[in-house]
Design a binder for this molecule. Structure first.
Ligand code: UT7
Length: 331
């Protein structure tokens, strides 16, 4: 019997128009372009402006971009997953609303939350549904409106994050292209170092939690940085060794975009040069669940059928991992 693998067959993206530059940030907090550029690699990020617009606004646009480019009938989609840390509403999934808005009326839908690893974990989930043989078209969207949970007076977080969305379609493949291997991990020790304190079941919202700024993301940057560097590099290296891949077998490293220095450390351990590393952190910052699909959309024209891609991510929780995927089409 022919083995069924799960391949990415289409991509789409959306970023909001508003560009928040380092220069503008320096008018809210004590920082400067030189510090942000040298410590993170970020020059600007996109911010979703407009009353009543949430994460689904961007998820819908990214999905519509994919549908338009690939000429796919939304009624053929079986499942819509939205990977996000910033759902539209605490209850009532962003994916369900998104699926309905794009006309995927034969699909079921739900959200996935694993901070900056949401999309990576989502790739595993989407692929498993395809490999099972039960579903033929799974739309995975990574979308986050990070500006909705950022304190623009906190220079440890506001310089890093931005808003955006990307989408990919997974379909069955019989040429052994698509997802080849995965190594996913998590460790609850991370909850202390990167979190939103209030608004959940432990500390529901009160006037006091709002006053204390406990609904914003708080991170101990240095600690998160150390864990990110060692874990992202470890899992990426593991992907190569356990699949008998040498550096020259890898066409692209697709790393989560949190900090250019974390990306460079991962690339160094994998042994690939900067020409093989996808990077768009300078223009979007860290868009959490959207970083990986935005990279694929930005680099789609350079990808060739059969290319070996190593995805790696690290995020709050802690959550992290790597995926080895063979690209399935030429643009
Ligand atoms: O997406 C998944 C999770 N997130 C991450 O992976 C983020 C991981 N962390 C980081 O990327 C980095 O830790 C940051 C970019 C957040 C901070 O960079 P850092 O190199 O770790 O800086 P630091 O916190 O160690 O601070 C170094 C210095 C300090 O000054 P002193 O004590 O040396 O005088 C800070 O007060 O830089 C100062 N500083 C700043 N200066 C200008 C900290 N933030 C800023 C800033 N602008 N925005």
């Amino acid at each position: 019997m022919t083995k069924i693998t799960a391949a990415i067959t289409a991509v789409g993206k959306y970023v909001p128009e508003y560009v928040l530059t380092n220069k503008e940030l320096a008018t809210f907090v004590e920082t400067n372009d030189e510090w942000i550029t040298s410590r993170t690699g970020i020059k600007e990020r996109r911010i979703l402006k407009g009353e009543g617009l949430g994460t689904s606004y961007m998820a819908i646009k990214a999905a519509q971009d994919l549908l338009k480019k690939s000429n796919i009938d939304p009624e053929d989609i079986d499942l819509v997953l939205v990977a996000t840390a910033t759902p539209d509403l605490p209850v009532a999934s962003t994916a369900v609303f998104t699926a309905t808005q794009i006309g995927a009326k034969n699909a079921f839908a739900y959200d996935l939350q694993a901070a900056c690893s949401s999309f990576l974990y989502g790739m595993s989930t989407a692929s498993s549904y395809i490999e099972s043989g039960r579903y033929k078209k799974v739309l995975l969207i990574g979308a986050d409106k990070m500006s909705s949970i950022i304190d623009y007076k906190d220079r440890a977080t506001c310089i890093i994050f931005g808003d955006g969305a990307g989408a990919v379609l997974f379909e069955p493949n019989t040429e052994n292209l698509g997802l080849q291997d995965e190594y996913l991990r998590s460790d609850g020790i991370g909850r202390e170092f990167l979190k939103i304190e209030a608004g959940g079941s432990i500390l529901p919202p009160t006037e006091e939690t709002v006053k204390k700024g406990q609904h914003f993301v708080h991170q101990e940057g240095k600690t998160v940085f150390k864990y990110a560097v060692s874990n992202m590099a470890d899992v990426s290296e593991k992907m190569l060794t356990r699949n008998n891949l040498k550096e020259e077998d890898i066409q692209w490293l697709v790393p989560h975009q949190a900090n250019k220095r974390i990306i460079e450390a991962t690339a160094k351990r994998v042994g690939v040069g900067s020409d093989k590393v996808m990077m768009n952190i300078h223009k979007y910052g860290n868009t959490t669940s959207a970083t990986l699909p935005l990279l694929l959309a930005d680099y789609e024209n350079q990808l060739k059928k059969g290319d070996n891609l190593i995805f790696a991510a690290f995020g709050g929780g802690f959550t992290w991992g790597a995926i080895y995927l063979k690209w399935a089409y030429n643009s």
